[in-house]
Design a protein around this ligand. Structure first.
Ligand code: ADP
Ligand code: MG
Length: 612
């Protein structure tokens, strides 16, 4: 319950006024309900025709209000009967019943309708929060295995929170109000019977609580299995080409079936436990009614009854009405734990601490920076606290306008090293400085707007050429985009496509070749026009022909920019101002191409191998 209130405080607060509306609507509907049932009382009285007393009007007063109320009700009925006859009176009372019922259902409708915006609002807020959180977490948080999991939490768990928590909220507002109103009515009509009822009620509540227990753990397990299902789906969609190539369809299907079966078993356990709640409460509710009926009946037979038969029936009707909200309320006791289990999973993302922090007092950053240089000073890095260090103390200076190349075996830490500059990760030790200022002192937005990236995998969005090129720039004009595309050697093939710059590139640019994709991403970098450029194996995935086109484009891009280029093929970085050879997270050789060849070390070895 405490956890539930916490969730409410976090998410439902902006929607307070809807809740207040619901409280008012529910109160009205409860009062009107009691009134509408009350009108049945004189009806029964007349129909049974057992009343021959002549009623006198009694002046209203608080003392003995109950008897006065009943008396006057009967009095007015007899007046009506005297004036219009039995039939018409019955009709008048019937119309009164219809009227109060109409008002009751109207306010009931109002109270549920007013909760709809709250429910949808909370769900929308949570989705946007998760999306925004993942968007801002460091790159390493979203590894491939987590992708499906994040999708599952975003869809399944948020939906679960919606169905269980917010609809429980509906009941949590409605039911206590109804119960309190009905309970007072019960006491008012007959405290003796009510005392008896109260004695048997706790049994029902205890049994319902027992059903709710353990449900949270079971749901948590089921939702985890759902995550696995989504992860596998994601993996399958991404790896379809390989799966087909290795004829691994059956194997994948097996794996998917296994986790799906586990999910099914877990869902079975949750749903069956849940399904038992309704019949159990129905049965216990009827038992209570029967007990009270028996007790009340005995009292009436004994002639010392505190109430007459029609009042007793009225009492039973109200008692029956109180059982329903009680049942609903017990339903929340197993729905809420389910929702809380999902909330816990969503919170795993929301509460992830973002280690990339904005500086408290950010340094202003001129767009022309760096004026002097970028300096890596004794940089150490490991991906997480308990994993091995990947970068072991790198010192590197990139002077303004120069090109520094990084070469080395795959896995030597080249990509990791350059990812530290835009702060996709933060150094674990040492510093990276731009013009002598630690990059952690700049606003992340400012820092990243200095840097342009071209990576091995060109990442395009399912959008037009125009929008893909203009991605990082607000209000780019067609001329600017065309200009950038021309420099990037992309203009020609774009114009050859059906709708020119308005052609869609397909999901992740699947309708383009690798070289074309790469030239689009270069055009994107050209348009952004950043002073610092990071090229991470930008040409490695290309054939020689497109490599030449891309290389040309890159060289135009690198002109007058401060560049760090990672290259697999040494031919592409021969002209760099300095070449650093990275080996197992350390710079082991540095110099120009000629110097390194003369040195006859690791670089020469690499070079010789590529000459073959
Ligand atoms: P390179 O770009 O030189 O091929 P990387 O910088 O990609 O090498 O990787 C360097 C090392 O860091 C490798 O040993 C790799 O296993 C490890 N590594 C890369 N990415 C991650 C990650 N997200 N989490 C943990 N370790 C990683
Ligand atoms: Mg790499």
């Amino acid at each position: 319950m405490k956890d539930f209130l916490k969730v409410l405080r976090r998410f439902a607060m902006p929607y307070k006024r809807y809740m207040i509306g619901a409280v008012i609507g529910n109160m009205l509907s409860a009062v009107l309900n009691v009134f509408s049932f009350m009108s049945v009382l004189p009806m029964l009285h007349m129909l049974f025709g057992m009343d021959t007393t002549a009623y006198e009007f009694q002046p209203w007063q608080w003392d003995g209000i109950k008897d006065i109320a009943i008396n006057n009700l009967y009095y007015y009925t007899t007046v009506l009967i005297g004036r219009y006859g039995h039939q018409t009176t019955l009709l008048i009372i019937g119309i009164f019943l219809c009227l109060t019922t109409f008002l009751k259902t109207a306010s009931y409708f109002f109270s549920s309708a007013v909760m709809v915006p709250l429910r949808t609002g909370v769900v929308r807020d949570i989705r946007i929060m998760v999306y925004s959180k993942v968007l801002h977490l460091p790159l390493a948080f979203v590894t491939d295995e987590r992708r499906g999991d994040i999708i599952a939490r975003m869809s399944g768990d948020v939906a679960e929170v919606e169905t269980s928590i917010t609809s429980s909220l509906n009941m949590l507002i409605k039911d206590p109000i109804l119960i309190i109103f009905y309970f007072f009515t019960l006491v008012f009509v007959s405290w003796q019977l009510t005392l008896f009822t109260v004695l048997v009620m706790p049994g029902l509540i205890w049994v319902m609580g027992a059903i709710g227990r353990k449900l949270k753990a079971k749901s948590l397990y089921a939702q985890n299995k759902w995550s696995e299902t989504m992860s596998q789906l994601d993996e399958m969609l991404g790896g379809l080409r390989i799966i087909k190539a290795f004829i691994a369809e059956d194997k994948m299907l097996d794996r998917f079936s296994r986790v799906n079966n586990e999910f099914r078993d877990a869902s079975n356990r949750v749903a069956i436990r849940q399904a038992s709640a309704h019949p159990v409460s129905e049965f216990l509710g009827t038992c209570i009614i029967v007990l009270v009926l028996w007790f009340g009946g005995t009292l009436i037979f004994s002639n010392k009854a505190p109430i007459d038969a029609p009042t007793f029936i009225f009492y039973m009707v109200i008692l029956y009405s109180v059982i329903n909200p009680l049942k609903d309320l017990s339903k929340t006791s197993y729905q809420i734990p389910k929702g809380l289990a999902s909330m816990e999973r969503i919170d795993k993302i929301l509460n992830t601490e973002n280690p990339i922090k904005e500086p408290l007092k950010p340094h202003a950053l001129a767009p022309s920076q760096p004026n002097e240089s970028i300096v890596f000073r004794n940089v150490h890095f490991s991906y997480s606290n308990n994993s091995l260090e990947v970068i072991h103390g790198v010192d590197l200076t990139v002077p303004k306008g120069k090109t520094i190349a990084l070469v080395g075996q795959s896995g030597s830490g080249k990509s990791t090293l350059v990812d530290l500059l835009p702060r996709y990760h933060d150094v674990t030790d040492g510093q990276i400085l731009i013009d002598g200022i630690d990059i952690r002192e700049f606003r992340i937005h400012d820092l990243r707007s200095l840097i342009g990236n071209v990576n091995q995998e060109a990442i395009l969005f399912n959008d037009t050429f125009f929008n893909n090129i203009a991605f990082g720039v607000e209000n780019a004009t067609m001329e600017q985009v065309v200009e950038a595309a021309k420099i990037a050697n992309a203009h020609e093939f774009i114009m050859q496509s059906e709708q020119g710059y308005d052609t869609y590139v397909g999901d992740r640019g699947c309708r383009l070749s690798g070289g074309q994709r790469q030239r689009i991403s270069i055009a994107r970098a050209i348009l952004k026009n950043p002073p610092i450029l990071i090229l991470d194996e930008a040409t490695s995935a290309l054939d020689t022909e497109s490599e030449r086109l891309v290389q040309e484009a890159l060289e135009r891009l690198m002109k007058s920019r401060t560049t760090i280029a990672i290259a697999h093929r040494l031919s592409t970085i021969k002209n760099a101002d300095e070449i650093c050879v990275l080996h197992e997270g350390r710079i082991v050789e540095r110099g120009t191409h000629e110097q390194l060849i003369q040195q006859g070390g690791y670089y020469k070895h690499l070079n010789d191998m590529q000459q073959l």
